[in-house]
Design a protein around this ligand. Structure first.
Ligand SMILES: Cc1cc2nc3c(=O)[nH]c(=O)nc-3n(C[C@H](O)[C@H](O)[C@H](O)COP(=O)(O)OP(=O)(O)OC[C@H]3O[C@@H](n4cnc5c(N)ncnc54)[C@H](O)[C@@H]3O)c2cc1C
Length: 413
């Protein structure tokens, strides 16, 4: 008698994840969840990839995370290396200069600059086919469901609803929808009240200007100015990436941001007024703020990236921490496979102290970055001159990289 044929196992249904937001956090967690076998839908409110933003210095934990995720080659191809940084006064005269060589050596070459939209572009190229990105998909409500128990009780799915009414049920919802997160507001009842405004507005945009790009060359140029600061980075293709920071207590951003930039920076001199006049339609403009929500997960929902722990440009690590935080989340979920609640709790326990350390560093940097008075400006000039002395630059750079987190440990390597 032949043995009875073993019945085939029924296919295990894929776990479904919905990621809200196709920024750096959203795309990076989506790709990692898909690699772990999740079926992933990314819901993004914008109609397509967003071209706005400025140049980001990319190093530290995000660099290590990108390497672990296999993303680094796609980012390096889009990166740019600058050889120095200089401050200029209103006549264009150089008031301080720093070589980037010390930074490159201290990071052992693990440092480059990259436009924010180019990080997203690299992530989209890296994304596995199993991820579906829905553009023009603004999320308006989220029900967190319940994860059940590690012992096998199923719980309830989370439900995400788009503005036009489409519903998505999911085993996991990741709120990666930025500093003004809808997911944070819906699930934790905490919105803008979790934002710590740091007293600045920031703008970033890109202009086509081959003559200016040629004049700037491989030198990051920043204005040595009070209350406001503008910075210019030439790109190899003749474009120039501009950022502008203004000290202001206004909690709302101007309605006509282009017009505001043209007026607010008109007296900075040198080439700045002409550049600001050309800001155009694609401007990234926001308040400079940090988010801090008392909880990062509830039911089947977790928040990550700026939605959970925005550090702001004053910490200079937002994109880096977005990538590294998503790697920490993916690893915690993998380590607690089958127990979602435990995975989400482990993520927060590991990553919150890292993010909060960077937030504190960002707050300390504020007055150095944009001095409000002559004394602060002189202190910055002196500090930069000292950093430019032979031997000192290397020590300072090593300090900066050391304080940018003992990266391997924190990304879980
Ligand atoms: C257009 C833009 C330009 C930026 N430029 C810079 C820059 O030049 N330098 C810098 O340091 N930082 C910049 N930032 C912030 C920086 O990208 C973040 O600090 C960091 O990368 C963390 O990214 P994140 O993915 O957590 O959040 P974000 O980059 O803010 O991404 C959040 C995404 O969620 C989407 N979203 C928001 N609400 C919803 C909703 N209800 N439904 C669906 N989707 C939603 C947003 O459209 C966005 O694509 C920029 C952000 C944006 C959105």
């Amino acid at each position: 008698m032949s043995p009875a044929a073993t019945p085939p196992h029924p296919p295990v249904p894929a776990r479904r994840a919905v990621v809200v937001g196709a920024g750096i956090s959203g795309l990076s967690i989506a790709g990692q969840l898909a690699a772990d076998g999740w079926a992933v839908d990314v819901l993004e409110q914008a109609p397509g990839p967003r071209p706005a933003g400025y140049m980001i210095d990319f190093f530290g934990p995000g660099f290590d995370a990108a390497e672990s995720m296999g993303l680094l080659p796609a980012l390096r191809r889009r990166g740019v290396l600058y050889d120095s940084l200089r401050y200029v006064d209103a006549t264009g005269r150089t008031t301080a200069r720093l070589s980037m060589g010390a930074f490159l050596r201290a990071s052992r070459g693990r440092f480059f600059s990259i436009l924010r939209p180019d990080i997203e572009d690299g992530l989209r190229e890296w994304l596995p086919a199993a991820v579906t990105v829905h553009q023009s998909a603004p999320v308006v409500s989220v029900d967190p469901g319940s994860p059940g128990t590690g012992g096998g009780a199923p719980g309830e799915p989370a439900v995400v609803v788009l503005r036009e009414g489409t519903r998505f049920e999911a085993d996991l919802v990741v709120g990666a929808d930025g500093i003004h997160s809808t997911v944070r507001r819906e699930v934790f009842g905490r919105g803008e009240d979790t934002l710590r405004l740091l007293g600045y507005h920031v703008a970033g945009f890109i202009v086509e200007d081959p003559p200016l790009a040629r004049d700037l060359g491989p030198v990051v140029t920043l204005t040595d100015s009070l209350i406001r600061q503008a910075g210019l980075y030439a790109l190899p293709d003749g474009r120039v990436a501009v950022f502008a920071v203004e000290a202001t207590d206004n909690p709302s951003v101007p309605r006509d941001q282009g017009a505001h930039l043209a007026t607010a920076y008109a007296d900075l001199g040198w080439r700045i007024p002409a550049v600001m006049e050309r800001a155009g339609d694609e401007i990234y403009y926001d308040v400079v703020a940090q988010s801090s929500c008392p909880h990062w997960s509830r039911g089947r929902v977790v928040i990550t990236g700026d939605a959970a722990y925005a550090v702001s440009l004053l910490a200079g690590q937002g994109a880096s921490l977005a990538l590294a935080g998503s790697l920490a989340l993916a690893r915690a979920l993998r380590a607690h496979d089958g127990d979602l609640g435990a995975g989400l709790a482990a993520y927060e326990e590991q990553w919150r102290p890292v993010a909060e350390t960077q937030q504190a560093a960002g707050r300390r940097n504020a007055t150095f970055f944009v001095p409000s008075g002559r004394i602060g400006q002189v202190v910055r000039r002196v500090a930069l001159r000292i950093m430019g002395l032979p031997g000192v630059g290397g020590v300072a750079a090593r300090r900066i990289f050391a304080s940018s987190l003992p990266s391997k440990g924190h990304t879980g390597d």
